[in-house]
Ligand binder design. Structure first.
Ligand SMILES: [Zn+2]
Length: 275
């Protein structure tokens, strides 16, 4: 055998040995080799830990309104009607004055009642009802619903509902969540139980103790067909709602002059006042 033939044989054997060794490595670690080139299951699992699926994110109020449009309202249809709403009642400091202003202007409105206040001032709740206004439920303790457990939330609604039913004879269909905040599970329960959640699209910001001129501007600049206006006829310690009370006649007269009719929420939303 010549020296060159020997060299060729050694080269051929080395090549065969290296090929065999490489094949063995591929056979022993097939997944390892694959993982370098493609996105395997492990990589996908890691991705899903980093990115929360869209469906698990809590829906915000706008998304909730769109998803549950029959249950969660913030305005009425585009008609020449406006609904005034007054929260946090009854309050002997402010509610009688709001009632007097509405009586004088011949306007019916909707009042959202806090249960513990109704329990303390039952005669005032009856007065609201007697004047022909509609009563809605605004929780028992003015709780931030979205931080409450299922039973705490339902208790806030049902306890207030029982107080209202005993005083005025019906169980309100309308619920306004304190601060306008509510979560999806609570909206679902409201839907299943025959309630309607009602927020607003015109905010007077009267709870800040604004003067009547500012309250009037806040309402008039935003009010339009089908608007639901948020005002207050009750407040906390030190609240001053004189601005909202003084602004009422001018707000009503200005909007009436523009051709608007003032209606209650059940009229605007074409629903019943009771469940
Ligand atoms: Zn409130």
């Amino acid at each position: 055998m010549s020296r060159s033939t020997k060299r060729r044989m050694i080269a051929a054997l080395t090549c065969a040995f290296m090929t065999a060794l490489f094949c063995c490595i591929l056979c022993l670690f097939p997944d390892t080799s694959k993982a370098f080139h493609t996105k395997g299951p492990l990589t996908e699992d890691t991705d899903s830990l980093d990115t929360t699926p869209a469906s698990a994110k809590p829906l915000n109020l706008g998304e909730l309104r769109r998803k549950y449009s029959e249950t969660f309202k913030f305005r009425g249809p585009e008609v020449k009607q406006i609904a005034l709403t007054f929260d946090d009642v009854p309050d002997p400091r402010f509610t009688p004055q709001v009632l007097a202003a509405l009586r004088k202007e011949g306007v019916k409105a909707t009042f959202f009642v806090v249960g513990h206040r109704a329990k303390k001032h039952p005669e005032l709740l009856r007065a609201i009802h007697r004047d022909g206004h509609i009563i809605g439920n605004h929780s028992f303790s003015h709780a931030l619903f979205k931080n409450r457990s299922r039973s705490q939330f339902q208790n806030e609604i049902l306890r207030t509902e029982n107080i209202i039913a005993n005083l005025v004879g019906y169980r309100p269909k309308l619920i306004r969540p304190p601060y306008g905040e509510i979560n999806e599970e609570q909206v679902k329960w409201a839907k299943k139980s025959g309630y309607i959640i009602v927020n607003w699209n015109v905010d007077s910001l009267d709870w800040k103790g604004l003067d009547s001129e500012k309250v009037k501007q806040n309402v008039l600049k935003a009010a339009g067909p089908g608007s639901i206006v948020l005002q207050h006829a009750g407040g906390g310690t030190g609240s001053d709602l004189s601005g909202t009370i003084q602004a009422l006649p001018e707000i009503i007269q200005t909007l009436k002059a523009k051709g608007y009719h003032f209606v209650t929420l059940p009229e605007l939303l074409q629903t019943k006042k009771y469940k």
